[in-house]
Design a protein around this ligand. Structure first.
Ligand code: ADP
Ligand code: MG
Length: 629
């Protein structure tokens, strides 16, 4: 920024870039400039309310907090005036000459990636906002005349035509606040039409908490929606409020209106969005609830009401029982906040339980987006775990479809008479898990197995060790003791008998030789039916889930040492035994052992680099073809 004597300043390079785009392109949704200017006026009024709580010395302490809009057809100007905190000279230079963390900065970052995803900038701006600067979509010149609420400051006028520079000069203004004068371009004449302006205000700014007048008439509805009786508010009103709060284009998936009188008085409207991804265009740049104390906006993103796992919830809390200086953290405030939080969490979980029960399809949509958060909740808030467990939805060995639908209650109801535990399998994907050797016995016994495919599942399992008195057990646990199952899948005419003790020992010894330290033990399996081998974990359940979590966090891809179990009946094991008896030096034997081990790793999602197997598989194929000749 160069400070030239004639009060002309140069915009920061990023703003020049942004202005260039705004001035030289055509847009479909130019009307959002008004939303941006009104939103800035409302921010300035909110800050004014806040300053009035703490400051003694204020210019115009009795000025009404309001926004006035006027269109002048002759001058072709639109003016937006507010009685907010105002701007002094330094604030103009800083806030209107450089990009802070506002939408504009985000927009430019997005522009940089644009070539990659081919989103035209012109589409983006319409949805986006880019704050104050979006006024240059419709203006050939803009003047911001402002006087700060600090009595010692004087008035200044900032002017720019959207080029590379702006000017700041002293101005005449006795009263506090800001007036933005927009000199509309020829093509933007529509924004002088009061009817058009009224519609834009209705569409984008209806829920602004301060009166907005247009040429003297009130143009917004103003009443805070959360303070209206829930029975008078239509679903559409909630949706409209949600869209203005978040700029989400979709309606919320869930809205919840909570009003309480005791033990703490508060009003709240909460929303669960349709999508977990907050989205590039969201007005909400962080998570948390908007906190009002006695109608004054105290905090934009309060994170103290809801536990972190519910951070996908958006909304507003307004309480008469919170001191206005809540930001300075008094003990009383934290107690009240805690009580409101407990109540809100209870209502939210209650609403989710109701939807799960009464509207399964809507719940499935919720689960698809936010199921992972509830799993995280089980891991991080043990107090909520029991309640959240009922809201879980799983894939299982008996379910199909893309969306998980099995509840723990469903599972328990389907448990077999001789079944002790709830069994689960951790999967890296939903397809290959169905080929897992660990499922052999469960299939034969007709036991259902829950399929857990998400990273967060391992975290969840640390706190979810039992449900209604039945423990959750991993199917690859070495110490599982299942009843004997019929050999359904391999029984038949040509089912091989188990290898005799001596022959099996020879096979086992070769596995030990070849695999060495990579396994902790090689032993016979009582669980395998269709598969030749599997790997089981020697450690206890809890240890293992901890280990897995640690592996994920530390990004340690070392392959864990497991017990290798061999199926004494499997044809491959029989062939291997025959080979050992014939020609124990044949290279193919060791290759088969290696491949069986690698395949088992692969099926458990533990293989560090499956491509390594290709060379060996090729060699095995060549040998198989030669044998067939
Ligand atoms: P954001 O609102 O995201 O901060 P904007 O580009 O909309 O970004 O506005 C930039 C800054 O200009 C605001 O943060 C504020 O400091 C200042 N500003 C804009 N309009 C006003 C106004 N009416 N009153 C006081 N300050 C304003
Ligand atoms: Mg803004």
């Amino acid at each position: 920024m160069t400070d030239t004597p004639n009060t002309t300043y140069t915009f920061q390079a990023e703003i020049q870039q942004l202005l260039h785009i705004l001035v030289h392109s055509l847009y479909t949704e130019r009307d959002i400039f008004l939303r941006e200017l009104i939103s800035n006026a409302s921010d300035a009024l909110n800050r004014m309310q806040f300053e009035m709580l703490t400051q003694e010395n204020i210019l115009d302490p009795d000025a009404e907090l309001a926004i006035h809009i006027a269109a002048d057809k002759d001058a072709k100007t639109l003016t937006i005036t507010d009685t907010g905190v105002g701007l002094n000279r330094e604030e103009m230079i800083h806030n209107l000459g450089t990009i802070a963390q506002s939408g504009a900065a985000q927009f430019l970052r997005r522009m940089a990636d644009q070539a990659a995803d081919k989103v035209p900038a012109t589409d983006l701006i319409g949805q986006f906002g880019v704050g104050f600067y979006s006024v240059f979509m419709v203006a050939e010149k803009v003047t911001v005349t402002s006087r700060s609420f600090r009595p010692d400051d004087t008035a200044w006028a900032w002017t720019s035509d959207g080029g590379t520079t702006y000017t700041i000069e002293p101005a005449e203004q006795e009263t506090r606040g800001t007036t933005i004068t927009v000199y509309l371009t020829e093509e933007a004449g529509e924004f002088l039409d009061p009817f058009r302006l009224r519609n834009i205000i209705k569409k984008h700014s209806d829920f602004i908490a301060f009166p907005i007048t247009l040429d003297g008439e009130i143009a917004n509805q103003q009443t805070a929606i959360w303070r209206r009786p829930a029975r008078e508010v239509e679903a559409d009103d909630y949706a409209a409020f949600y869209r203005q709060l978040t700029l989400d284009f979709n309606d919320p998936l869930v809205h919840l209106h909570v009003v309480a009188d005791a033990p703490v008085q508060f009003y709240s409207v909460l929303f669960i969005p349709e999508k977990a991804d907050r989205g590039l265009f969201s007005l909400r740049t962080d998570h948390g609830l908007k906190l009002y104390a006695r109608k004054v906006l105290i905090q934009e993103y309060n994170k103290d009401f809801l536990p972190n796992y519910l951070r996908f919830v958006d909304g507003v809390v307004d309480s008469e029982d919170l001191p206005l200086n809540v930001a300075r953290e008094s003990i009383q405030a934290t107690r009240a906040i805690k009580r409101i939080g407990v109540s809100l969490k209870g209502k939210l979980l209650g609403e989710l339980e109701r939807i799960a029960e009464e509207e399964p399809e809507r719940y499935a949509a919720f689960w698809d987006e936010f199921g992972g958060f509830l799993k995280e909740g089980i891991a991080t808030e043990s107090g909520d775990a029991a309640r959240l467990a009922k809201l879980l939805r799983f894939h299982s060995s008996v379910s199909d479809g893309k969306t998980p639908t099995v509840t723990l209650d469903d599972y328990v109801a389907r448990m077999k008479d001789d079944q002790e535990h709830i069994y689960y399998i951790l999967a890296s994907d939903l397809v290959s898990v169905r080929h897992s050797p660990h499922l052999d016995s469960f299939r034969a016994l007709d036991y259902e197995v829950l399929i857990l495919p998400d990273t967060v599942d391992s975290f969840m399992l640390i706190n979810l060790t039992e449900y209604e008195g039945r423990s959750l057990r991993n199917v690859d646990d070495a110490s599982l003791d299942l009843p004997d199952a019929p050999d359904a899948e391999t029984d038949g005419e040509d089912t091989p008998v188990p290898l005799d003790e001596k022959t099996f020992d020879r096979v086992r010894a070769r596995f030990v030789d070849v695999l060495g330290q990579r396994v902790t033990e090689v032993r016979e399996s009582h669980m395998l039916k269709a598969h030749p081998v599997r790997l089981v974990a020697p450690e206890g359940e809890a240890d293992r889930n901890m280990q897995r979590v640690r592996r994920m966090i530390e990004q340690d891809y070392a392959v864990p040492r497991r017990i290798l179990e061999i199926n004494r009946r499997h044809p491959i094991i029989h062939d291997l035994a025959a080979w050992l008896a014939d020609d124990s030096g044949a290279p193919v034997i060791n290759q088969v052992v290696e491949q069986l081990y690698d395949s088992a790793l692969l099926l458990d999602g533990l293989h560090p680099n499956p491509a390594d197997m290709v060379g060996r598989i090729q060699s095995l194929m060549e040998q198989a073809i030669r044998r067939g000749e």
